[in-house]
Design a protein around this ligand. Structure first.
Ligand code: GDP
Ligand code: MG
Length: 370
């Protein structure tokens, strides 16, 4: 759109190509029929023939496909926080996620501790909290590398009998880089060797000063083994969420990110996705990376079929053409045909990039052999 071939320009001006070429020569531009001239040159030539070139604005396929309007603050509603659990190996990340999941039974939820997908919601004080069920930083880092910023709050698990260890520091750095608020769960409080005061002291070296010491880092002593302190941890997560004023607009087309995905023999591609804004409805067409499709079956974190999913809701869906990657952003769209076109475009680009890096590798190998 910012350039045009001489032939095309001639036909639009209803002139012979040689007439146009002559005019171009008059302007000091040498171009054959098949060569292109830029917009400004084309406009000058057109003027000479008494015509005007209207500058076509190039609209990308993304611009046509996606609903890119910002939400009016007035339509925003409170949404649950999205929480990830991080920390050093063996400090109790998996155990804490299990202990939190068990609170669903006492909350009287149907289905109890059955959990079908890689993220789940619990209720504390009448409010939902969404947990990403991938402990450690895999979820976090791989998703952030793909541009998905899912988490609002990071629970940093530190074993009270072990203190801050290398992966604790790594976790702190990841969370800080992402601008995610850290809440510390001082775990294994049931152990006789538990020394929470020492953990707090170590934390201050990483600019995490406990509230009780005048800082703004919430530290909650817990035991994943006995369940002690878990309700307190959830309550504090909710307090933190309130301070952060997390909001979304449930009344627009859904967008969010893929948490995990797999190929199921019977169902085809199955993806756990997290809706970040808007509401996803069964039957909606979505695009996630190079995958497209209509949401055929949508299930909640208990494996129950549902029709709609609002902000911060994790759901499992089927209906995509291929398995998307964790961290791929998804968006519901109105035009399925255009979505498929964009997916093809992305796939082609990916292939090109892969080929490029392949060539680079072989060249590098070649040079290293010389
Ligand atoms: P992760 O590597 O951080 O996921 O740690 P795990 O949850 O797998 O826990 C590592 C070990 O610590 C396991 O043997 C757990 O049973 C144990 N553990 C976890 N939480 C507690 C706790 O609160 N108290 C005690 N005594 N042991 C715990
Ligand atoms: Mg684990």
């Amino acid at each position: 759109p910012d350039e045009i071939t001489v032939g095309e320009l001639a036909s639009r001006l209803k002139q012979t190509a040689s007439n146009v070429i002559k005019k171009l020569m008059g302007l000091g531009v040498m171009a054959s029929v098949s060569e292109v001239v830029d917009y400004d040159t084309a406009a000058l030539v057109a003027e000479e023939f008494g015509a005007k070139v209207e500058h076509e604005v190039h609209v990308t396929i993304e611009e046509r496909l996606f609903e890119d309007v910002a939400d009016d603050p007035g339509v925003l509603e409170e949404r649950p926080p999205v929480v990830v659990v991080m920390g050093h190996v063996d400090h109790g990340k998996t155990s804490i996620l299990d202990a939190i999941r068990k609170t669903r039974v006492t909350a009287g939820e149907a289905g109890g501790i059955t959990q079908a997908i890689g993220a789940y919601q619990v209720e504390a004080g009448g409010k939902a909290i969404t947990f990403l069920d991938t402990p450690g930083h895999e979820a976090f880092t791989s998703m952030r590398a793909r541009g998905a910023d899912l988490t609002d709050i990071a629970v940093l698990v530190v074993a009270a009998d072990d203190g801050i260890m290398p992966q604790t520091i790594e976790s702190i750095n990841h969370a800080k880089a992402a601008g995610t608020t850290i809440i510390v769960a001082i775990n294994k409080m049931d152990k006789p060797q538990a020394n929470p005061e020492q953990v707090k002291e170590q934390l201050t070296k990483y600019e995490l000063v406990p509230e009780e010491w005048g800082g703004d880092t919430i530290c909650v002593p817990v035991s994943a083994l006995t369940g002690q302190g878990i309700p307190d941890l959830l309550e504090n997560i909710n307090l933190l969420a309130e301070v952060k004023e997390l909001r979304a607009n449930p009344n627009r087309r859904a967008k969010g990110a893929v948490v995990e995905a797999r190929l199921d023999k019977g169902q085809g591609p199955v993806a756990t996705i997290l809706v970040q804004n808007g509401t996803l409805k069964k039957g909606d067409c979505i695009i996630a990376g190079t995958a497209v499709g209509r949401v055929r079956v949508m299930r909640n974190d208990k494996g129950e079929p549902i029709e709609t999913a609002g902000p911060s809701t994790p759901v499992e869906i089927t209906g995509l053409t291929e398995v998307p990657a964790a961290g791929d952003l998804f968006e519901a769209v109105a035009d399925e045909r255009l979505a498929r076109e964009l997916a093809d475009q992305r796939a082609a680009k990916q292939k090109e990039e892969q080929w490029g890096s392949y060539q680079k590798v072989t060249l590098d190998n070649l040079f290293s052999q010389i």
